[in-house]
Write a protein that binds this ligand. Structure first.
Ligand SMILES: *Cc1c(COP(=O)(O)O)cnc(C)c1O
Length: 482
């Protein structure tokens, strides 16, 4: 029997009320408070009580995943902030210092603002990004927070007030309008923050309009979420969870797949009874669960953690999907893993699982030109190279193309790589320059898209229940009565 739990949240202001952190001394807590000025901190009672091993502090991966660590800031910045906190520096001076440090952490990587937001009739479409032809990202306004924050979050600027919330949308109408005009889109990905922070009633208002027959080309609705890991009760207990299951079933009954893109970083997140029940309920309601996370130093930079997670996912009927490379933002210096090592960890884990788990792809970099997979490390005619492959491209013509970069033991991100074999730039460099100059990154043509258009309606008749014996009454019915 899994009991319901009442959600209790802690932020930087209320961190000291977490009784468990008394295992840390005054000095460690001061550093933690200093880092929490710069990077977002938010945690809940489930993560504190069930997922963190307080006998293994600070090394515990769940502690590293959720609590600010001194190594996340450079030593000078940390010392400055610690000094200011200790001397009770005035708020304005502290804020100015905090902002200066935040702007030094590359808050807006990968052309997210400039290239990914589509313009229609000269206006930015609110709450949307459209980078890859088949998939639109949608940011519902009320879904822009989480049940807890990850210390490595690449969307951290929005949680510390660096982004105004204008990038998110209160309404679904502009999305629907856009999708009616863009039949090339077959998947809508709700993202945040975490859309599962929304009550079902609100989530339904965003999702239901997409189920209209006019948008039959939308084959899947995805919801990117960490709730199955950080607050599985969202799916298991209470009226709102039941309402959510009905919504998921409605999506399925409208002939679409609802894919829960679940973010699991550490095996512990899948090992509690309630976490497993959450996956089971999602599947019973007709949703698919696909699992993804970045590879993060101090958190999950070991192969056994990944192999174990993938095996558990298979056991639960969930699908391993992506292993990402830590992005070039925030406390990346603390978290990053060199690309060669990411490849080694991925490979060692991949070797330990069956083909059923090898639906996972990675390590993958979500960078400006696309999703770039580190597909191998090879030696070709005496030159050691990374074999790279686009698994998504800003230009669909790049997808599934391989290319080669010089091997570099220190490289942690795409922009540090140089073309191999004496090439002076990568094959897509000129096209990417043109996209930047013109600001138009959606290079696919509507004519290309017509071929993709299909009308497709699924009518599945539920088999009649009660044929033969009726379990409740013990009566028998003949098939032609039913
Ligand atoms: C990863 C990603 C998608 C989805 O790509 P799939 O390979 O279909 O999962 C869509 N848009 C953006 C911006 C992404 O980073």
């Amino acid at each position: 029997m899994i009991h319901e739990r009442k959600f209790q949240v802690y932020t930087a202001q209320t961190m000291d009320r977490i009784t468990q952190i008394s295992v840390l001394d005054e000095d460690q807590r001061l550093s933690m408070r200093a880092v929490a000025q710069v990077l977002p901190f938010r945690i809940n009672n489930y993560v504190v009580e069930e997922l963190i091993d307080w006998d293994n502090i600070p090394d515990d991966p769940m502690f590293q995943l959720t609590f600010p660590q001194p190594g996340m800031l450079n030593p000078d910045d940390l010392a400055t902030l610690r000094g200011m906190l200790r001397s009770n520096a005035p708020g304005t001076a502290l804020n100015a210092e905090v902002r200066r440090i935040q702007y030094g952490l590359n808050p807006h990587p990968a052309g997210q603002k400039s290239l990914n937001v589509p313009h229609e009739d000269g206006h930015a479409v609110p709450g949307m990004q459209h980078k890859y032809r088949e998939t639109v990202l949608f940011f519902p306004m009320a879904g822009q927070t989480c049940h807890a924050y990850c210390t490595y979050c690449f969307r951290w600027p929005q949680f510390v007030g660096l982004d105004d919330m204008k990038f998110a949308s209160k309404e679904v109408a502009p999305l629907v309008q856009y999708l009616k005009r863009h039949k090339e889109v077959t998947s809508v990905l709700f993202t945040g923050g975490d859309p599962m922070i929304m009550r079902t009633e609100l989530l339904r208002q965003y999702i239901e309009p997409l189920l209209t027959p006019e948008l039959e080309h939308i084959a899947s609705i995805r919801i990117g979420t960490k709730a199955p890991a950080y607050w599985p009760y969202r799916f298991t207990h209470g009226q709102d969870a039941d309402d959510l299951m009905r919504l998921l079933t409605d999506i399925r009954d409208a002939g679409r797949d609802c894919a829960i893109m679940a973010h699991y970083s550490v095996r512990k997140e899948l090992e509690t009874d309630v976490a497993r029940l959450a996956v089971r309920r999602l599947r019973d309601a007709g949703a698919t669960v696909r699992c993804q996370a970045p590879l993060i130093r101090h958190v999950n930079d070991n192969a056994d953690n990944w192999a174990q997670m993938w095996r558990t996912q298979i056991r639960l009927g969930a699908v391993p999907y992506y292993m990402f490379v830590e992005r070039d933002t925030g406390a990346r210096g603390y978290f990053e893993v060199p690309l060669w090592q990411a490849y080694e960890i991925f490979t060692e884990a991949y070797r330990q699982v069956t083909g059923l788990a090898r639906t996972v792809r990675g390590p993958s970099m979500s960078c400006t030109p696309g999703k770039v997979l580190i597909d191998g490390i090879a030696e070709v005619y005496g030159e050691k190279v990374f074999v790279l492959k686009f698994i998504q491209g800003r230009d669909p013509a790049w997808t599934n193309r391989v290319f080669f970069a010089k091997f570099d033991r220190h490289a942690t991100w795409m922009d540090q790589l140089q073309p191999a074999f004496g090439e002076h730039e990568f094959f897509f460099a000129e096209d990417l320059r043109r996209m930047r100059e013109t600001g138009e990154a959606r290079v696919w043509l509507p004519t290309e898209v017509e071929a993709l258009e299909e009308t497709w309606r699924m009518e599945i008749e539920e088999p009649e229940r009660g044929m033969g014996s009726n379990a409740e009454t013990g009566e028998h019915e003949s098939p032609d009565q039913a």
